[in-house]
Design a protein around this ligand. Structure first.
Ligand code: ADP
Ligand code: MG
Length: 677
C-alpha cells in the first residue's frame, strides 16, 4: 500500500505538499492518521444533560441572534432557542459568522457546555440540521499549516472510498478470534467515521491491541537480536580495582546502590550488549553508580559517554565526575554547545584519538562528527529521548556500546518492564542514610508574606533556596507568575540576600554563571523556571518554594522538590497553590504527606485514574496513536505475553497466517538480517 497521496482524486501538488508537512506521503499513512478525539454531536434531550457537561440538542431559533463586538476582534453571539419545550440561551464567542447562518424559526442543532441552573449552552457551534454527521460523532484531527480539519475529513473520506481495499489484515485470525477483535479495514473505517459509540469503542480496542502487539514484537525482536546476534564488547577489569575505587568514595554505597552496580558490572563483563534501565527516586544516588560503571569501563579499555538533557546538568556532572575520576588519571571532558570552534575541534580530536576517556554532553554526543575511539558505554541521565532510534544511529556508526538509562520517573516496575520491553530493569529502592524527609507544606498565595519571613530565617542560617515559577513571560490567559517579576520583587524583599535569576532564555554563559554563583553560595536564592527540574545538585539548598504549584503534575513537583534535601540539614518545600477542584486540593495534600515517588504515583493513580501522574511532561514512555500506555496497561500486559509466545512459536516464523505480520515488521526495519520474507 505504498501509493503516493497524489493518487487520491482531487489531490493536487499543493495538497501533496501540505500533507507532506504533516508527514503524510502515502495513502496508507493518510488512512492511519487517526483522529485524536471525537466531537459528540449525538442529539440528546436537554433534561438528560449533566451540569457542566458538553451536550448537543436540537431546537428552533426563538429570538433574533444578538451579536456584540468587544475588545480586539472579540465577539459574542447570543440567541434564544426553544429546546424540548424549554427556552435555552446559546452563547457563542468569536464566531460572528454564525449570525448569518440562522434565522428566526429555523430548526438548528447547537452544541456546547451546559449550565443546567441557568439553562445556558456556551461555547460550541451551531449547525443547520443537514450538516449533522452519521452517528453524531465527528472526528477531530490535529492538522498543521494551512490544512483545515473539514478539508482533511473530506480527504480521508475520498481516500477511504478509493483505497479501503488496500487495508490488509495483519493480525492472524486466531488472535482476532481469541479476543473477538474487529477486522482491520472495518477498524480503520470506524475510527474515521464511527457509526455508534459502541462500534468506535470496539475499533479502539482492536487498534490498541494492534499497536501494543506490534510494539512488543518490535521490542522483543530487537532484544532477541541484540542478545543473540551482534556481540557486545566485553570489558575486562578486575573487580578489586573497582572495589578500591568504591572504597575511596566520600561515603559508603547503600545496599541498593551496591546491588544495582553489581548488576551493571556483570553486564559490562559479558559479551552481550547491556540495555538496562536504572530507576531510582530523586536523590537516591544514581550519579555515583554511573561514576563507578564509567570507571570500570575505562579501566576495561573503553571510552564512556554520559548524555543529559540540559547544559546545566552536563556542567554539573562534568564537575562531579572529574572530581571523582581525575585522581585516577581518567580524562573527563565536556562537549558543550557553547564551546568555541577551536576548543570543540580539539575535544573531538582528543576523543577520536582516545585521549578523552569520558565525554559528557547533551544528545549532540551521538551526532555526526562526534567519533569515539572505542566507545564502550553510553549512560543517559533523565534523558528520555534516547531510544531504539538512537541505538540504531549508534549501530550505523558501527558502535555497539552497552547502554544504561537512568531515570527518576517512578514508573511501577511491572509497567516499566512492559513499556520498555527491550530492557532489563534495576531499581535503587533505598535512600542514603541520614537523609531527613523533606517537610512539605501547602500554602495559599495569601500566605506569601509568612513564607517570605520563613525564607529569611532559613537564609540567615546560611542556607539557600530555590523559587520556582511556571513561565517566564506574562500570559494573561494562564495567569501565571512571571519569573522575572518574581525576581524583581524578591530582590527587594529579601535584602541583603543575593537573588539570582535562571530561565531558558538566558545564554548558556549566563546560565553557567548564575549556576556557579548559586553553587558557591554567592547567590543565596535562585528564582527559576523549571529548567532546574532535573538533576541539579546544590546540597546547601534547603528551601524550595513553588509558585502556582497546582499547575504542575505530581511527578514534576516531586522532581522539583528533590532539588532540596540533598544535604544533612532539614529541608522544606512550600507549595504555593490555590487549587479550585477537590482533586487539586487532594493532590496538594498528597504532596505534603509522602516523600516517596513510587507511593506518590500510586496515590495519584488511585485518586484520578491513570494517565495524569506523568502529566504533560515527557515521561519517557512510548507514545501511541490510539493506545495510552498507562490507561490501557492491562492490554499492554496481554500483548507483551502474546508477543513472547509468538516469537517462540514455529508458526510465526513460517506459517502463512503470519505472513502479513512478518511483512509489516519487515517494512518497519525489524529484520535487517533478511531472515524472513
Ligand atoms: P539522583 O539519584 O537524584 O541523581 P544524586 O546522584 O544527585 O541523586 O545524589 C544525591 C546526593 O546524594 C548527592 O549529593 C550525592 O553525593 C549523595 N549520595 C549519593 N550516594 C550516597 C550515599 N551512599 N551516601 C551518602 N550520600 C550519597
Ligand atoms: Mg540525577
Amino acid at each position: 500500500m505504498n501509493r503516493p497521496v497524489s493518487e487520491i482524486q482531487g489531490v493536487g501538488p499543493k495538497m501533496v505538499e501540505q500533507l507532506g508537512e504533516m508527514g503524510i506521503l502515502t495513502t496508507e499513512q493518510l488512512l492511519e492518521y487517526l483522529p485524536f478525539r471525537y466531537e459528540d454531536y449525538a442529539i440528546r434531550p436537554i433534561t438528560e444533560g449533566q451540569h457542566d457537561e458538553r451536550i448537543t440538542v436540537r431546537g428552533t431559533v426563538h429570538s433574533e441572534p444578538d451579536l456584540r463586538f468587544y475588545g480586539k476582534n472579540k465577539s459574542r453571539l447570543t440567541v434564544r432557542v426553544l429546546v424540548d419545550g424549554l427556552l435555552v440561551q446559546g452563547i457563542f464567542f468569536n464566531q460572528p459568522y454564525l449570525k448569518k447562518q440562522i434565522m428566526l424559526g429555523d430548526s438548528i442543532v447547537i452544541n456546547g457546555k451546559l449550565d443546567k441552573n441557568r439553562l445556558v449552552i456556551t461555547g460550541g457551534t451551531i449547525k443547520s440540521q443537514k450538516d449533522t454527521v452519521d452517528g453524531g460523532l465527528e472526528p477531530v484531527y490535529s492538522v498543521k499549516g494551512n490544512m483545515k480539519v473539514v478539508a482533511f475529513r473530506k480527504l480521508i473520506r475520498q481516500a477511504f472510498s478509493q483505497f479501503s481495499n488496500d487495508v490488509i489484515e495483519i493480525l492472524p485470525s486466531q488472535l482476532l478470534d481469541t479476543y473477538r477483535l474487529m477486522e482491520r479495514q472495518e477498524t480503520i473505517r470506524q475510527l474515521h467515521f464511527p457509526s455508534t459509540i459502541e462500534s468506535l469503542k470496539q475499533a479502539k480496542r482492536r487498534m490498541i491491541y494492534e499497536e501494543f502487539l506490534l510494539f512488543q514484537l518490535k521490542m522483543q525482536l530487537l532484544r532477541k537480536r541484540e542478545r543473540e546476534g551482534d556481540i557486545g564488547q566485553k570489558k575486562i577489569f578486575q573487580m578489586e580495582d573497582v572495589q578500591a575505587f568504591i572504597e575511596q568514595l566520600p561515603f559508603p554505597l547503600t545496599n541498593a546502590q551496591s546491588r544495582v552496580l553489581q548488576e551493571i558490572l556483570s553486564d559490562l563483563q559479558l559479551d552481550l550488549r547491556m540495555n538496562r534501565l536504572l530507576q531510582g527516586d530523586v536523590g537516591s544516588g544514581k550519579t555515583v553508580v554511573a561514576a563507578c560503571a564509567l570507571f570500570a569501563t575505562v579501566i576495561g579499555g573503553f571510552q564512556g559517554a554520559l548524555m543529559v538533557p540540559t547544559e546545566i546538568l552536563a556542567e554539573q556532572h562534568k564537575a562531579s565526575l572529574a572530581e571523582l575520576l581525575e585522581p585516577f588519571n581518567i580524562n573527563v571532558a565536556l562537549l558543550s554547545g557553547s564551546a568555541k570552534v577551536k576548543e570543540r575541534r580539539e575535544i573531538l580530536n582528543d576523543l577520536r584519538e582516545g585521549k578523552i576517556n569520558i565525554l559528557i554532553g547533551t544528545h549532540a554526543l551521538i551526532q555526526d562528527g562526534v567519533d569515539f575511539h572505542h566507545l564502550g558505554l553510553v549512560i543517559t541521565d533523565e534523558q528520555h529521548r534516547f531510544g531504539v532510534e538512537q541505538r540504531r544511529i549508534l549501530r550505523k556508526k558501527g558502535l555497539r556500546p552497552d547502554v544504561l538509562f537512568m531515570t527518576a520517573t517512578p514508573i511501577p516496575r511491572t509497567l516499566a518492564i512492559s513499556a520498555f520491553g527491550d530492557m532489563d530493569v534495576s531499581v535503587i529502592d533505598e535512600m542514603p542514610k541520614g537523609r531527613k524527609a523533606i517537610d512539605t507544606r501547602w500554602a495559599k498565595p495569601s500566605m506569601l508574606p509568612r513564607v517570605i519571613e520563613f525564607l529569611k530565617r532559613e537564609l540567615a542560617k546560611g542556607h539557600q533556596a530555590y523559587i520556582i515559577c511556571p513561565l517566564i513571560e506574562e500570559s494573561e490567559k494562564l495567569d501565571v507568575q512571571n519569573a522575572i517579576d518574581v525576581h524583581n520583587q524578591l530582590q527587594g524583599e529579601l535584602l541583603p540576600f543575593e537573588v539570582g535569576l535562571m530561565h531558558g532564555r538566558l545564554s548558556s554563559a549566563e546560565k553557567d554563571l548564575v549556576m556557579k554563583q548559586f553553587s558557591e553560595n554567592k547567590v543565596n536564592v535562585l528564582v527559576s523556571t523549571t529548567v532546574v527540574e532535573v538533576g541539579v545538585n546544590v546540597p546547601n539548598a534547603s528551601v524550595m518554594v513553588i509558585y502556582d504549584a497546582e499547575r504542575f503534575g505530581l511527578a514534576q513537583l516531586h522532581q522539583l522538590r528533590g532539588r532540596v534535601g540533598r544535604g544533612d540539614t532539614q529541608s522544606y518545600c512550600v507549595l504555593l497553590a490555590d487549587p479550585k477542584s477537590d482533586v487539586g486540593k487532594e493532590r496538594m495534600k498528597i504532596m505534603t504527606e509522602t516523600n516517596d515517588g513510587f507511593k506518590l504515583s500510586e496515590r495519584d493513580l488511585e485518586l484520578r485514574g491513570p494517565g495524569d501522574f506523568f502529566g504533560a511532561k515527557q515521561s519517557g514512555l512510548p507514545k501511541f496513536k490510539v493506545a495510552d500506555i498507562i490507561e490501557d496497561y492491562r492490554i499492554l500486559e496481554i500483548a507483551r505475553m502474546d508477543a513472547a509466545k509468538l516469537i517462540q512459536s514455529e508458526a510465526f516464523w513460517n506459517n502463512d497466517a503470519y505472513r502479513f505480520l512478518r511483512i509489516y515488521l519487515k517494512n518497519e526495519g525489524m529484520f535487517e538480517d533478511e531472515k524472513l520474507d
